[in-house]
Design a protein around this ligand. Structure first.
Ligand code: BGC
Length: 740
């Protein structure tokens, strides 16, 4: 018998019938009823607007009129749509026709931490607060569409944009993206989940053609987008730059028409990435609704309005007039655009929005402190409690702005507290001496501008400062300039840039009491790891960076972040880099994801390649025990929920938070499978000595794999192993269950 879990068409209809006719009316169904009524009313208003629009007006709505806006229809009172980057804060105002800043003075905002940090909190509720606060700022800035969040999967540590995404695990990214989207959209601002799909490197992003199996596509690269659409109800989505199976993602028939719009029922707007559209027929027919950013200068080389020459502008109009493309095609796009407007700038009950307020700063600080990951803590090096000491703060990243650079996610914060400022405010009685140690030059897009400072004198000075200190805190890592965690290019090396390894070794010769604070959105090589006492991963933390770092270093906040991606020991230990050029970065702009479903910890686990730091790993200043791990049954049907319970005890002296992580694997399978995959997690806070019961529920159906032979999900019967722990490589106990 086929163990496929999908219900037959007949039984689905029967279930719907039973639901509709046998369920007694309650508040829930009344609410659904009134929502359906409202939706119908909106759809009929849209019908009547469409009937009033000329073909020219319809086409005008399908492409940009400036860098970040589309045209309205003045005679009918239909507004323009205003979009803005990005995932971590609302970008400064950009000029009408170029990428230059418009020079406004009222566009500074709260810079929230980068999404790697948000993912590291493993706290979906906090993700909701993040999205809500960011949405309020977007609303205040009069934006209708916020160009984020990004959920491309962390495939290689060289990807320059990993910091904008939510890590390597599709389950974690799915759980974190949904509340973020709902939070943004509560403000009448559309989130725009991006970059759909397979934009997992920046190198050659405009040309590379990605080939990946259906299995990896559905199991690894699509789930977070699917969750954004189905569970998050996202109102817009951005296509990726790259090609997938030979067709550009911004007009990819399979990704957009089939999977997104047909299978997932997406009723929102597909926006192209800026210059991601390449062809009129495909843009019209294969799912793109709004074309943005084509060409780099809005006025281009033509004297006429450049925007008229977009693929979805005059050429589209001509095809419609000639009858080569049916009018229903443009009507569908306009219907989606108007629907987005009724949800945003034509909504009658849109809140007002706020920015730079205390609540937003508090959310930014909470995300930052909860996302910081303590990686190493020999002899309780952290927290630093003694205040009457000399602290040498070495490294450019102690003072460098990390809201600058990075590309489209660059921000203009109202303020940004640097780590050095944060430490000085926190340790008022300590002597804090800063020395840059190395200098990298100003941040630029697509170019490296070397520093004019003398490298030797910086190094000599830093060693001197370190020698005379009780403690050395080295703030290094990457810095969001070209080739260092920035859009448009990948990193060129896995080890730390700018001679940091050498400098660290020189410092260790004069002072052994060193902690390294890694400011990055990516894993790096750590050849000096055994010689130093502590390592903290801090990400790009935004406005409140310095406060949050001082909170954790001082122990005012007990760290509870967990890595959302694996740190390999060396680059070749990462799956994408184990298969040569074709796998990364590709050959002649063609790329094959040869590691298939074995991305991140799935690869490390299955191939028994120990990572330097594992997915899900992160230390605390206290300790926890996970005990009494139980499931409610031994065997489950495909429709069942697996109810897992355990007790978590804080066995240390301080209050703290722990993340219980549940992974599940199938050992004997008819297909290749990862040893285990994350299927549930929960973060809980406990006082010293405190104990709490945790319950995690997992749909048995979620243990299915994507079966290419039937092009559907398939839940195999038989035994599965449940692994429960506080990191992918630290499992407290395993339990065997059966799916019957
Ligand atoms: C980026 C997008 C961004 C857009 C607009 C593109 O280059 O890939 O993420 O939203 O520019 O700035």
């Amino acid at each position: 018998m086929n163990s496929k879990i999908a219900l037959s068409k007949f039984s689905k209809i029967a279930l719907i019938f039973i639901f509709i006719f046998l369920k007694t009316p309650d508040a829930f169904s009344q609410k659904n009823h009134s929502m359906a009524h409202e939706n119908n009313a909106v759809e009929s208003k849209i019908d009547s607007i469409i009937s009033l629009l000329t073909l020219e007006e319809k086409v005008d709505m399908c492409h940009a009129q400036s860098k970040f806006s589309t045209k309205g229809v003045e005679r009918l009172g239909i507004p323009e749509i205003w979009m803005s980057d990005g995932p971590h804060g609302v970008r400064a105002e950009i000029s009408w026709d170029s990428w230059d800043f418009a020079g406004w003075t009222n566009d500074s905002i709260t810079a929230f931490p980068a999404l790697t940090c948000l993912a590291a909190t493993f706290n979906p509720e906090l993700s909701g607060a993040f999205g809500y606060s960011l949405g309020e700022e977007a609303r205040y800035r009069k934006k209708d569409v916020l160009l984020g969040p990004g959920v491309n999967i962390y495939r290689t540590p060289l990807n320059g944009r990993n910091f904008e995404y939510m890590g390597e695990d599709p389950f974690l990214a799915s759980k974190m993206v949904v509340p973020y989207i709902k939070g943004v959209q509560k403000n009448g601002v559309a989130a725009c989940v991006k970059h759909y799909a397979l934009n997992n490197q920046e190198l050659w992003r405009n040309q590379v053609n990605v080939e990946v199996s259906d299995r990896a596509l559905y199991e690894i690269y699509l789930p977070a987008f699917k969750a954004a659409v189905i569970d998050g109800g996202v109102w817009s989505l951005m296509g990726a730059y790259n090609k997938f199976r030979g067709q550009y993602c911004c007009h990819n028939e399979l990704l957009l028409n089939k999977i997104l719009k047909k299978d997932w029922g997406f009723d929102g707007v597909v926006v192209s990435d800026w210059s991601g559209a390449h062809n009129t027929y495909e843009s019209a027919m294969f799912g793109l609704d709004i074309e943005m950013g084509t060409g780099t200068d809005g006025l281009g080389s033509t004297t006429a309005n450049h925007y008229d020459h977009y693929y979805l502008a005059t050429p589209f109009l001509k095809s419609l007039k000639a009858g080569d493309i049916d009018e229903s095609v443009v009507n569908d796009k306009v219907r989606r655009i108007l629907r987005l407007m009724y949800r945003t700038n034509m909504s009658s009950n849109r809140p007002l929005g706020r920015k730079n307020n205390q609540e937003h700063h508090d959310v930014a600080r909470k995300v930052a402190t909860e996302g910081i990951v303590l990686l190493k803590n020999k002899n309780n090096f952290f927290p630093i409690k003694d205040e009457n000491i000399t602290i040498a703060v070495i490294g450019e990243n102690a003072t460098r702005s990390m809201t600058a650079g990075g590309g489209s996610s660059e921000l203009k914060p109202q303020f940004e507290i640097s780590p050095l400022e944060g430490l000085k405010m926190r340790y008022k009685n300590a002597t804090i001496v800063h020395s840059m140690g190395y200098a990298t030059g100003p941040s630029a897009y697509d170019a490296v501008i070397p520093s004019k400072l003398d490298a030797d004198s910086l190094r000599v000075e830093a060693i001197k400062v370190a020698k005379n200190a009780d403690i050395v805190l080295f703030f290094g890592g990457l810095n969001k300039s070209h080739l260092q965690d920035c859009e448009g290019a990948d990193r060129e090396q896995f080890n730390l840039p700018f001679g940091q390894d050498e400098l660290l070794n020189d410092i260790l010769r004069v002072n052994k009491n060193v902690g390294y604070i890694l400011v990055s959105g990516n894993a790096v090589e750590m050849p000096w790891l055994n010689s130093i006492n502590g390592v903290i991963q801090t990400w790009y933390l935004g406005s409140m960076a310095g406060y949050a770092i001082a909170d954790v270093i001082s122990g005012d906040v007990n760290p509870s972040g967990k890595l959302p991606f694996s740190f390999p020991v060396k680059l070749q230990d990462n799956a994408a880099h184990s298969f040569g050029e074709l796998s990364y970065p590709g050959k002649d702009y063609n790329q094959v994801y040869k590691e298939d479903i074995l991305v991140g910890y799935r690869w490390h686990d299955t191939k028994k390649i120990a990572p330097l730091y594992a997915f899900g790993y992160g230390l605390s200043y206290t300790s926890f025990n996970i005990t009494d791990i139980k499931v409610d049954k031994k065997a489950y049907t495909p429709q069942d929920k697996i109810k897992l319970t355990c007790q978590v005890t804080n066995t240390g002296d301080l209050e703290g938070a722990e993340v219980v992580q549940v992974y599940i694997g199938k050992q004997k399978s008819k297909v290749k499978r990862a040893l285990k995959e994350l299927k549930g997690f929960q973060k809980i806070n406990l006082k010293s000595g405190g104990q709490k019961a945790v319950e995690i529920t997992i749909d048995a159906a979620n243990l299915a794999f994507y079966d290419e032979s039937i092009s559907d999900w398939n839940l195999e019967k038989g035994d599965y192993i449940i692994y429960v722990g506080n990191a992918s490589n630290n499992i407290a106990e395993t339990i065997k269950v059966n799916i019957k």
